[in-house]
Design a protein. Structure first.
Length: 203
């Protein structure tokens, strides 16, 4: 009975560790040192109208800046948007044809970065980061004027692309989760077999 309870606890531990395996996180960094004047920072999570999109969300958190970035008012969100940069997390779903969050920028500073977590179940969808000047002219170097994009294909594989002055890192590793898993397994296995070893030694 004791061993069965420990094995059940091990199963729960494994489930908790891998429960979020469908979420991949990236750090997106934008160099804004060459920008001046006011403008806009825009995030869009869009389903592919030619594909078969799956439901999912893009979550933006850990928004950081340097060099005096100053944010103004946010424009009225379009589509499936909750939260904001100033009241994180900012969550954008791919529910509608357009799901868009735009933040006014009063001063660009020298750089900004954020953690982007994408649900790989949102197949056939794309996340786009675009900087605009005060007249809404896109400032990025990628084909649609964006600074970076992350495309989720029909198999849930995410392909990040960064334009000039931008970087998108590899998925953020989670060593703490693996350490916790390994420690939990060792402890549980030790407890499972220690009574048997003790009983054997007492004979």
């Amino acid at each position: 009975m004791y061993r069965r309870s420990l094995l059940a606890l091990l199963a729960v531990t494994l489930g908790a560790t891998f429960a979020r395996a469908d979420i991949q996180s990236f750090t997106v960094t934008l160099d804004t040192s060459g920008l001046s004047g006011t403008g806009y920072l825009d995030f869009q999570f869009t389903p592919d109208p030619l594909g078969t999109p799956g439901p999912g969300a893009a979550t933006i958190s850990q928004f950081l800046s340097s060099g005096g970035l100053s944010l103004g008012a946010e424009l009225t969100p379009l589509g499936d948007v909750t939260g904001s940069l100033t009241a994180p997390p900012l969550v954008i779903g791919n529910t509608f044809a357009t799901n868009d969050y735009t933040q006014t920028v009063n001063a660009w500073g020298s750089s900004l970065s954020f953690l982007l977590s994408l649900d790989t179940a949102a197949v056939d969808s794309g996340f786009f980061v675009t900087l605009y000047d005060s007249s809404f002219n896109p400032l990025g170097s990628l084909p649609q004027g964006e600074s970076a994009n992350l495309i989720i294909d029909d198999h849930g594989v995410i392909t990040p692309t960064a334009g000039a002055g931008a970087s998108v890192t590899a998925p953020v590793p989670e060593p703490a989760a693996w350490t916790l898993l390994a420690t939990s397994i060792l402890v549980l296995l030790g407890r499972a077999f220690w009574p048997a070893k003790r009983a054997s030694a007492e004979k």
